[in-house]
Every structure is written in C-alpha cells, then in structure tokens.
Write a protein that binds this ligand. Structure first.
Ligand SMILES: CC(C)(COP(=O)(O)OP(=O)(O)OC[C@H]1O[C@@H](n2cnc3c(N)ncnc32)[C@H](O)[C@@H]1OP(=O)(O)O)[C@@H](O)C(=O)NCCC(=O)NCCS
Length: 181
C-alpha cells in the first residue's frame, strides 16, 4: 500500500464533508486539464451536484464508490464501479472517474484505487471490467496492470479547453480464485 494512504469503499451514506472533498478532487482534475466529462471552469456547486447524484446511485446499490484517504482521512483520490448493468450482462462492471488530486499523484494512489476496484468487482462476482480513457497517464496505468486495449475512437470528446480528443477503450477479464482446500 502507498505510504500514508488507505483505500475505502463508501457503500451506503456519503457524508457531506466527503462530498465536499470529492468535489475538490474533481475540480482540481478539471483545472489540471483532465477530460472527465466537464469543461474548464467547473464550479464547486456543479461538482457537488455531480457527486450527490453519484451518492444516490451508491445508496441504491447501482454503483460502488472507492476513495483514497491520506493519513488525516482527507480524500485525495477516487474511482467508481458501475455495478448495475443490463440483464444480459450481469458479469460486467464499468470503471468510471478514476481521479487523483494533483497533490497526491505519482505515488501509486491511482494504481491502488484500481487494484481495490478490481478486488471489489471480483467480490461482487464480476468477471469483466470495461472503461475508456482520454488520458495518456491513465492509459499507461491500465496497460501496466493487465488491461487490454480494444481500440481508439478519434474526436470522441472535448478537453476542458474545448479542443477535441479521442478515447481509448480497454477491458480486463477478472479471474475469480477458487476457494482453497
Ligand atoms: C491518471 C491518474 C488517475 C493517475 O493517478 P496517480 O495516482 O498519479 O497514478 P500512479 O501514481 O499509480 O501512477 C502514475 C505514475 O507515477 C509513477 N509512480 C507510482 N508510484 C511512484 C513512486 N512512489 N515514486 C515515483 N513514481 C511513482 C507510476 O509508475 C506512474 O508513472 P508513469 O506515468 O510514467 O506511467 C491521475 O493522473 C489523474 O487523476 N489524472 C486526471 C484525471 C484522469 O485523467 N483520470 C483518468 C480517467 S480514465
């Protein structure tokens, strides 16, 4: 585990101070130029509205929300698993919004969040994960942790500054280890 960082799954209630800290992580990532659904100048109010929606889905069991907390309990990173899928894809989950605050990057927090998300997916009986990314740093992380690339769609979305960006689709089959003898 990354020193001083612990990963937690917020499975039911997301507390107001946690929503605020998640909002700060999202705003920081967008301010840093990440293509994560929002355009430049994302307000805290809009970020909070986004996380409130996520919190509702967490409460309904549709989504799992993982957070990375520093030694003082402050949230510095997050990732989500979209667990609720169509009836014919119960074995699949999508990975959404891997975000690490710029103050906590390049210390293994992103990788720790992804490994925890994979463990949680396995524990929920999921055998296939899917995601897409417009980030070179994230793509490197996924490829070094066993994700497989399907392809690249050019001009898929906009960067926060309005310039077009492509997205890369990746998947990871999960093995579920058999119980020991
Ligand atoms: C992509 C992102 C989540 C990565 O988070 P992170 O916490 O920096 O990830 P890691 O620390 O696990 O890995 C990042 C790099 O640090 C390196 N690293 C990890 N631990 C390290 C350490 N202790 N010392 C030095 N380098 C280290 C990794 O090898 C990796 O190197 P690389 O970029 O050359 O491949 C982060 O950059 C981010 O939030 N970006 C903006 C949002 C975004 O685009 N998200 C992706 C959505 S799909």
């Amino acid at each position: 585990m990354t020193s001083g960082i612990s990963i937690h799954c917020l499975e039911t209630l997301v507390a107001p101070d946690q929503l605020q800290q998640l909002g700060e992580v999202l705003v920081d990532c967008v301010d840093g130029g990440a293509s994560v659904s929002f355009m430049a100048g994302l307000s805290m109010a809009r970020a909070l509205a986004f996380w409130q929606q996520v919190a509702q889905q967490v409460q309904q069991g549709e989504r799992a929300l993982l957070v990375a907390q520093d030694a003082s309990g402050h949230i510095v990173g997050t990732v989500q698993l979209a667990l609720s899928q169509p009836d014919n894809q119960p074995h699949r989950a999508d990975v959404n919004k891997l975000l690490v605050h710029r103050c906590a990057r390049q210390r293994g927090v992103g990788e720790a969040l992804m490994r925890a998300a994979e463990d949680l997916a396995r524990a929920r009986g999921k055998t296939l994960l899917v995601l897409d990314t417009a980030s070179d740093a994230a793509e490197r992380l996924y490829l070094r942790t066993g994700w497989l690339m399907c392809g690249h769609i050019p001009c898929f979305a906009l960067m926060p500054d309005g310039s077009p960006t492509g997205t890369t689709i990746l998947y990871k089959p999960l093995t579920i280890s058999a119980p020991g003898p």
